[in-house]
Every structure is written in structure tokens, then in C-alpha cells.
Design a binder for this molecule. Structure first.
Ligand SMILES: Cc1cc2nc3c(=O)[nH]c(=O)nc-3n(C[C@H](O)[C@H](O)[C@H](O)COP(=O)(O)O)c2cc1C
Length: 174
């Protein structure tokens, strides 16, 4: 077994990014339709289970995000958790050209303005519960108002790569 190697990281943002990339996560996209224009914010910092009553999830958003300025006041925000095979779609929805993000993307738009991505593993309709400062990010708590589970397995984000889930058949959790 390899020994833990602890390193200094002060002011080395790249090292922090590389180290944090060892933590696997799913990938979410927060999406809304505002006056006919769709906005998408892809985030791997998404986390479920912050609270059950009320039902709260969390996401950390860079303060520099232009999309956050568009969606932070929305009455309803759709959250889709990308599914297996949706890596290219994830990159597209996080693309630099914000106006081109939804070109040829299959979505469902709810009357509330929440936008959901077809083929996702999980959908949550949410509204903003609270937003607090967290260094160079905003920490947003979202209250879940409706939810749906897709048939697709979730996409995994790890080491700056998209991956698929593989079951560890030898481990049983009781
Ligand atoms: C896999 C992946 C994960 C990302 N995770 C986050 C995140 O957790 N928080 C965040 O603010 N931006 C995240 N981003 C970057 C945003 O999706 C987006 O590109 C960035 O906020 C700039 O676009 P904007 O100005 O439209 O927000 C991620 C991008 C990718 C491709």
C-alpha cells in the first residue's frame, strides 16, 4: 500500500485543482428558461443530502460565473445529473459560447421555467433556499420541490475525465 504523501500547497491553485480532482463526483447542470433564452451552469461541486426536511442540495458556483447572474433570481431551477454517455453533452453545456450551449440539445422545459436534460440519470426541480459567500465561490443551497429518476446510470467525473460506474461485486453493504 502506498504511503500518504503530504505536500505544501500554498498559492499553488493548479496543485489544489489536481488534488481535488482525485475526489470523484457526479456532474450536474442547473438550467432555466428565461423569456425564451436557456441558461446552463455545469457543476461537479453539486451535493445531495444536505438536509432531508427541508429537502436541500448544495452547489458551489464561481463568483465569476455569468450564468449564475442569470439564474440566481429564477423562481425555479432545473437540475439534471448527467448520465452515462453524456460526457460530450456536458462539455457542450459548459462551453464558452453561452448562446450555443443548447443547440441540438434535447430538453424538457417545465412551465415553472426549470429546464431538464433528456437522458439524465436524475432530475430535481429546485428553488433557491439561501446563498452564502465561500471564498471565490457562492455556496448555494437549493430546496428540492419535485424529483425524478431516469433509467440511465450516472456519469462520473474524476481526474478531469468522464468515467463510468463499475460495480465492485465483491463488496456487499448490508
Ligand atoms: C465537468 C465540469 C465541472 C464544473 N464544475 C463547476 C462547479 O462546480 N462550479 C462552477 O462554478 N463551475 C463549474 N464548471 C465551470 C462552469 O460549467 C462554466 O464553464 C463556468 O462557470 C463559466 O461559464 P459561465 O460564465 O456561463 O458560468 C465546471 C465545468 C465542467 C466542464
Amino acid at each position: 500500500m502506498s504511503q500518504p504523501k503530504v505536500v505544501e500547497f500554498q498559492d499553488d491553485t493548479m496543485l489544489v485543482r489536481k488534488t481535488f480532482a482525485q475526489f470523484p463526483s457526479g456532474v450536474s447542470v442547473l438550467a432555466i428558461d428565461k423569456d425564451g433564452d436557456k441558461h446552463a451552469l455545469v457543476a461537479s461541486s453539486f451535493m445531495v443530502g444536505v438536509s432531508l426536511e427541508p429537502c436541500l442540495v448544495a452547489v458551489a458556483v464561481q463568483k465569476s460565473s455569468e450564468t449564475w447572474d442569470e439564474i440566481k433570481d429564477a423562481a425555479s431551477i432545473g437540475v439534471s445529473i448527467f448520465g452515462k454517455g453524456q460526457g460530450d453533452l456536458t462539455r457542450k453545456l459548459a462551453g464558452k459560447d453561452r448562446a450555443a450551449r443548447f443547440a441540438d440539445v434535447a430538453v424538457d422545459v417545465d412551465h415553472s421555467g426549470a429546464v431538464f436534460i433528456e437522458g439524465a440519470a436524475l432530475w430535481l426541480e429546485t428553488k433557491i433556499h439561501s446563498v452564502s459567500e465561500a471564498g471565490d465561490h457562492w455556496m448555494a443551497l437549493l430546496e428540492v420541490t419535485r424529483m425524478g429518476v431516469g433509467e440511465n446510470e450516472p456519469l462520473i467525473w474524476h481526474g478531469a475525465k468522464f468515467r463510468e460506474l463499475v460495480a465492485e461485486d465483491s463488496i456487499d453493504v448490508q
